[in-house]
Design a protein around this ligand. Structure first.
Ligand code: ADE
Length: 220
């Protein structure tokens, strides 16, 4: 049976910014096993300007530069599109990213990220994007790390990305994917700090009760 395959595309002026991160650990293995691909696209390759300029000063005046709409749209149009794909603009003004959103996005075959830098992007891009996502109430230098956060959280839902070991851990996570109770491992005592005795008791019923009591209710 063909396994599910997900394609991620990132449009950026720094196509190598995420290279080392995406080529380690679980994401590396997932790409090797053909479960997903992460493709970066240099926005500067899609300008009509001889200096490959992608931004300009804002109409109406004011500080800084604004990404022009044309190179971004041309970059989007140059991309191969899978049947079920969606275009995401990373922006501090976007919808706050959540575990629930990660799960929903994992249903797509392809996620395309537009990652502006600096002051943002010409508002006319709105016609060409489907979603605007923020990873938190703070401002980053650009959207690349935000795209990476979304990709990593989404990729955990792709069958086979998490190995046996990681999947087992997954079972003790709540519906929202958040670890509910405190965990301990060897040694039993560290600089005077003990592992709760109940966890060493071998009494699984008591352990389950303790863990339920320690789980913050309604944590997301
Ligand atoms: N670009 C700049 N800041 C961002 C944020 N908080 N989330 C997503 N994209 C961003």
């Amino acid at each position: 049976m063909m396994s599910f395959y997900m394609r991620f595309d990132i449009i950026t002026i720094f196509p190598h910014l995420l290279d080392s991160y995406t080529n380690e650990s679980l994401l590396k293995r997932a790409q090797k096993n053909n479960l997903l691909s992460i493709n970066t696209h240099d926005l500067r390759a899609h300008t009509n300007d001889p200096h490959n300029k992608v931004d300009d000063t804002p109409y109406g005046g004011g500080p800084g530069m604004v990404y022009q709409v044309e190179p971004v749209v041309q970059a989007l149009e140059a991309l191969p599109r899978d049947k079920k794909s969606t275009v995401i603009l990373t922006s501090p003004r976007g919808t706050p990213f959540s575990q629930k959103m990660a799960k929903q996005l994992s249903k797509y075959d392809q996620l395309i990220f537009v990652c502006p830098r600096y002051e943002g992007i010409d508002e006319r891009i709105k016609k060409y994007i489907d979603k605007e996502i923020s990873i938190g109430p703070y401002v980053l230098n650009g959207g690349e790390i935000a795209a990476m956060v979304v990709i990593e959280a989404v990729s955990r839902y792709i069958p086979g990305v998490l190995g046996k070991e990681e999947s087992l851990v997954e079972e003790s996570f709540s519906q929202e994917g958040v670890l509910e109770y405190p965990q301990y491992t060897r040694p039993e005592t560290f600089r005077g700090s003990w592992v709760p005795k109940i966890l060493l008791s071998g009494n699984h019923k008591k352990i389950a009760e303790w863990r339920a009591k320690k789980s913050p209710k309604g944590a997301t």
